[in-house]
Design a protein. Sequence first.
Lengths: 307, 555, 167, 138
Amino acid sequence: MTPFTALLSIMFFPAGLSLIFSGMLYEWVDRKLVARFQNRIGPRWFQPLADTIKLLVKEEIKPHGLNSLLFYGLPIVALTGTLTAALYSPIFGLSPIHSFPGDLIVTLYLLSLLTMSMGLAGWNGSNRFSLIGATRTLTQLFAYEAPFLLALLGPAIAAGSWTIKDVSIYAGSHWMIFSQPVGFFIALIGLMGKLELPPFDAPEAETEIVAGALTEYSGRGLALFHIGKSVEMVVAVSLVTAFYLGGIGNPFLFLLKTLVIVLLMAMLQAMLTRLRIDQTVGMWWRFGALLALMQILILVIIKGWLV
Amino acid sequence: MTTEIHLQRAGELLAPFAKGTNNPEVNRLDVKIAASDLPAAASALTDASWGYLAAITGMDHGLDVNELEALYHFCEGAAVTTLRVSLPREGCPEIPSVSAQIPVASFFERELSEMLGVTVVNTPDPSRLFLPDDWPVDVYPLRQDFKQEQAASVQPDPTPEPGRVGNKFIVPIGPQHPALKEPGHFEFTVDGEIITGARMRLGYVHRGIEKATEQRNWIQNLYLLERICGICSHTHTSAYSQGVEKLAQVEVPPRALAIRELVAGLERIHSHLLWLGVVSHEAGFDTLFMYSWRDRETVMNLLEELTGNRVNYSICALGGVKHDIGTEQSATIHKALDYLEERIRYYLDVVTSDTTFLQRTRGVGTMTRDEAIHFGALGPTARACGVNRDVRLDAPYGAYKRFPVSIITDERGDLEARFVVRMKELLVSCFTIRTIVDNMPTGEIITKFPRKVPAGETVSRVEAPRGEAFYYIKSGGGESPTRLHIRTPSLCNWTSVINKAVGHQLADAPMLIAGMDPCFSCNDRMVTVRRQADTKTLSWFELREYGIKKYGQRK
Amino acid sequence: MNVSQNYVNKIIEKISTWARVNSPWAIHFNSGSCNGCDIEILATLTPRYDVERFGIKLHGSPRHADVLICTGPVTRQARERLLRTYEQMPEPKFVVAVGSCGISGGVFQGCYNIVGHIDEVLPVDAFIPGCPPRPEAIIDGIVKLLGHIQNGTRPEIMLTTGVQEAV
Amino acid sequence: MKIGSMFKEIVVSFFSPPVTENYPFEKPKTANRFRGKLAFNSSKCTGCNLCSKDCPANAIEIIIIDRAAKRFVARYNVDRCIYCAQCIQSCKFKCLDLSKDDWELAALQKGHFEVNYGKEEDIVTLLERFAQPKNEPG
């Protein structure tokens, strides 16, 4: 990995620009599928690209009474968090660029960096809607983080290592979805919680608190958050696919598998009503965490028995 | 319990206070009473649970007679008892408040005081209801000597920026808010996510229609009143034309009455499907919003086919109906109704069985039957709590005697019950429309109508999709009415929503507001922005000039 | 130097106009309308007309919106809020007045509580008459507005350089 | 109590073609009673102005250039009109009609909304009359 190819891989191929464009692709597929489930045509293929460019060239208003360092800094922190998480995750079915022992935990932390910076962005202002949006974002973060982490720990324990690369190689040979179906189900639902997709989009409930934490953002800040969200979708979906649906292999098959997961998520989005924040937290802690713990317990017992 | 018995019983109840009674129409009883014993008379009626307070109409009889008059209309079944209180015009006329016994009266009293200058003694909330903040203090639009120039805008006292009151938090849901397709103002004081207090301000959609009706002739008023509310436009035109035809003693041909009932049924289907979509959009269930509005397009096509316009159909004309609905349209109507009935049954099943949807509607905003009666709720919101009041059955008007409608009530009183009541009402409407189309009475569809309506006053009540719409029409014998008072159904449902909102989650607030299907509402939510263009700093006022100036010279 | 400089500007100009035309986010403000036009505006989002195929999305916050779709004969109470909503929207913003009473007061001309028409309060870019205009007529109005932005007949807004540092 | 009670419905609509009309590229057929833009036939008109008396939004005004020679010009503002067809009902001589296909009336300037119906030379004489100092009430 000469510094030049490292720079190239960070700037263009697996991370950087290609990631942002694949994030836009995934967002378009998601919006198109939801639209088709609602029996309408849905957006054109270049819609996320047009939205992002338009937001970038729009003027950014900074409201009075905000800490301007936080106002401009947080979107950048959010995007860098997700982009660095992408370095360790198996995007496009290729083995991750870098890996070090225990990078699963670091990646998940970096992914939730976006949600935390969004919560802080909402907190940093006098607008009541963004304050309530911020509290909801953070409460929901604590709700889905534990079950989602446990759901991803299942395959890690089965593979016997904490680095994503080894787990994906191990997952390549045995499909974890059959050995740990509960884990896959919780990972899928956790994914929707992390990306704040409709059943769990209380933090940005359009009809209650306008746009949640992002109410005051316009122009560049909003564009960075927007790109951050779609990149987070790519990273999280490829993580879950690598762990549960037969690891990394040829990129085309991997892309197909991720699109199957996006289809599942779009179907759930179209079918369910938005839950209130107390209902989501209640559901996560009662069902999500318990099921994930039970799954881990069974796994450890079997692992202990086998070895 | 026929109307005569109702009226006779009301006469007995009000005998101790009555200064003079008369029966202007077969189902109406006017009782003149002094202002001081108004609360006693009102509680006499409410304690004997004689009907409900439908509306308070304020009237100015003019400078020469030097008399203001407040009419308190109570309705029970088809009988209407009006308590008439006359007040001096000069000085400051006072009237005791009745909102202690009847909470919904506080809205009517606020309207009476700001429109006619009658100070209502110890009313809970004397603030403005409809008039804008910058309206001068002592100018009353519904007085006869009101000139438009008197109402120059006065610098309003700056509305306090709702922020933090003690440790409570005020969340304004404002005139521009995705939950409200219309401008409405709600301030919920929130403790965490739980609502502890609610305040609301109407007036953003107040255009001054009642005053405008006095400057237009009878025909033009038809189109002005149709645009009070775009969703239940047919209700207003049929109520208005029915009242004016009663005043002019014009006999409307039965075929025209049947066509009016048919279009009213179609409007109910379009209005309830629209409401189903809007509430599920607010609950975050966008798929149901998309599906219900897709199926609503069938009704809109049908309405366009029959009346010529998707919204504001203007099919009612004074003395009958403009377009005929004959046999060649009945085939399209039946085909459309088959599809609609099947879809409505499907939505009834979805709304009562989808778990995530039920978590947002079951047990939310539950209201008992007595609370509904006490708060004066009307229409499907009241019928969902078991109150069986429906003007089409209590006081059948138009063709409802010939093609009756069955009443749908539900006991649970929560948001889910309101869904169930509205969907079943649609099934009843579909059935009624089919019976009308199948045996449509023969005859022509419109009769001659005089341009001048003889003097007199009348009350006209119609069942709008949201509840009872109450019209009071007074004609001085000329080409235009001297007084026209409209009380729309949503005004009565607000009290129940505001009191019920306390104790619920903030996330339920939009659902509660939309649950009663408000016809108009509003508030401000913006944070002020001072923008610094290149070198100089713009103050707030300059910012506004800068904005308009920069875009102004573009044209 | 400035030859290549304004050549680059021209490309940026082209791309940003393309992006603006293809993703016009809208916000809806009802300044006193009878909600006939508002339900027709909402109807354009539903499957039969579906304006999302043009990239039009209804947003709740004026910060995220480019096109202000305004209905109703601005009542005196709503006038102040209408102005505030307009001011909150970031640069290149456009206003579409929907419905006859938004353009000329329609049937409410002469009522005491209305200002009359929207372009007395805001600079309006597209007028869509009708009471209410059909959803297709609203889409036709927006398509004309987008065409208007596309060929840039409207002098490009002097995009204030750099980020606005509010006081 | 089903988790996804609309599951069958969304799968069915996923595989069936969307109901969206391809509007700007194909114009839909409107009902023949649909009320679009006004059409005026000056030959039948007698200049009685009953239509402008009954119009709720004073959107139409018949200007009489020469009553005997039946030369009338109808000044119709598209933005004020509320398309209610009351003028058609009030007119005894059937010289007004709302077209059913002409409803794409959006414009970028308000100037387009002032329409004069009538024969060419009548409109010319009308515009000259306006060119002189404005004596006639607005």
